[in-house]
Design a protein around this ligand. Structure first.
Ligand code: CUA
Length: 365
């Protein structure tokens, strides 16, 4: 008696927390929810999930209903005689084998159809994107459009993107829940994935396969935008891209007509010159491709291509908003921001050096 009332008291105490958890399930704004599909692939999976849940609900109601009915209808009374003893009922057993088998077929047919539909590359008018997993960030290349970027995948709304995915190190898993299901990436192998964004907006993605100490901070964003916005983004990203003229850009030799323009140009040139020199001497260049550097044309370096890093919304694989303060924090001690990061500075940077690099990187929009 004592223990059961103790259990009841404990349950009563945790009731508010349980209610809160249940209410949280109703909240709308969860960036990584699978229950709010915004792409065709995710919608197919969601449809399967809902089909299964409905069948499960029907089975639950029927079985529990029959159970409750039997419990109350046939419950024993003190003066009841010994019940009739039965040994099996062939008819009943055939029925309760056929019905579940039929339900499994109703679930299996759409499941298998969806598996086949989503397991190969998309064809037709698609945007081709190469996805490369790295410890612990994502690289995105658009071979047909001449773009190489990191951690932020831009896609045109309403058009299918065809992903060809692999990894340069260990197994990762590409997952952007509102657009598509998870898909692992393996070394030396390419896996397909496609989806079509139905709405514009910024969507959260995450590595979904344990890949080392910073697996949890291997995030990315998918930015779905109008075809015009997407084209403008591509045009900008092409400048200095390793896939366009091997990263070479024609320097702007024109002189602004007004004095304010000339002063602004001069200031920008100073930032670039100082930043470029430090980018080499501080060792950044050995891991990062960057417009204006001798290695602007390579895609084989270990770290993300930084040519347009100033225009990305986050740094450190979706971990930090891209602000000067966060960039300063990251450059002053990467390992204290993201323990185990492969970004190792050859030597500690001074505050002045960090300020120079922050200005230089931020200027690359
Ligand atoms: Cu990459 Cu987990």
């Amino acid at each position: 008696m004592e223990t059961s009332s103790g259990t009841l008291r404990r349950l009563a105490r945790s009731a508010p927390a349980i209610c809160l958890l249940l209410l949280l399930g109703c909240a709308e704004n969860y960036p990584q929810t699978t229950l709010n599909p915004r792409g065709d692939f995710a919608r197919m999976v969601d449809q399967l999930f809902r089909t299964t849940v409905w069948w499960a609900a029907v089975v639950f109601v029927l079985v529990e209903g029959a159970l409750l009915f039997a419990i109350f209808k046939f419950r024993g009374r003190p003066d009841d005689p010994e019940p009739k003893q039965v040994h099996g009922n062939t008819m009943l057993e055939v029925v309760w084998t056929i019905i579940p088998a039929a339900i499994l077929v109703f679930i299996a047919v759409p499941t298998i159809k969806t598996i086949f539909k989503t397991s190969d590359y998309a064809t037709g008018d698609v945007v081709q994107i190469e996805v490369l997993g790295h410890q612990w960030w994502w690289e995105f290349r658009y071979p047909g459009l001449g773009v190489v970027t990191a951690n932020e995948m831009h896609v045109p709304v309403g058009k299918t993107v065809n992903l060809r995915m692999t990894t340069v190190d260990v197994i990762h898993s590409f997952w952007v829940p509102q657009f598509a299901a998870k898909r692992d990436v393996f070394p030396g192998k390419h896996n397909p994935l496609w989806f079509k964004a139905e709405v514009t907006g910024t969507f959260s993605g995450q590595c979904a396969e344990f890949c080392g100490i910073q697996h949890g901070r291997m995030g990315f964003r998918v930015i779905s935008e109008t075809p015009e916005e997407f084209a403008a983004w591509v045009a900008k990203q092409r400048i200095g891209s390793p896939l366009v003229n091997a990263g070479a850009v024609t320097p702007d030799t024109t002189t602004p007509a007004d004095s304010a323009g000339r002063a602004a140009r001069q200031a920008a040139d100073t930032v670039t010159r100082a930043g470029l020199a430090l980018f080499s001497s501080a060792g950044c260049i050995s891991c990062h491709s960057m417009v204006g550097t001798p290695l602007a044309g390579t895609t084989a370096l270990k770290g993300p291509n930084l040519s347009h890093v100033g225009s990305r919304s986050t740094i450190v694989a979706g971990m930090l908003e891209n602000t000067p303060e966060n960039l300063r924090k990251w450059l002053s001690n990467p390992d204290s921001v993201k323990k185990g990061t492969l970004m190792v500075l050859p030597h500690k940077l001074t505050d002045a050096e960090i300020a120079t690099l922050v200005a230089y990187l931020r200027a690359h929009q």
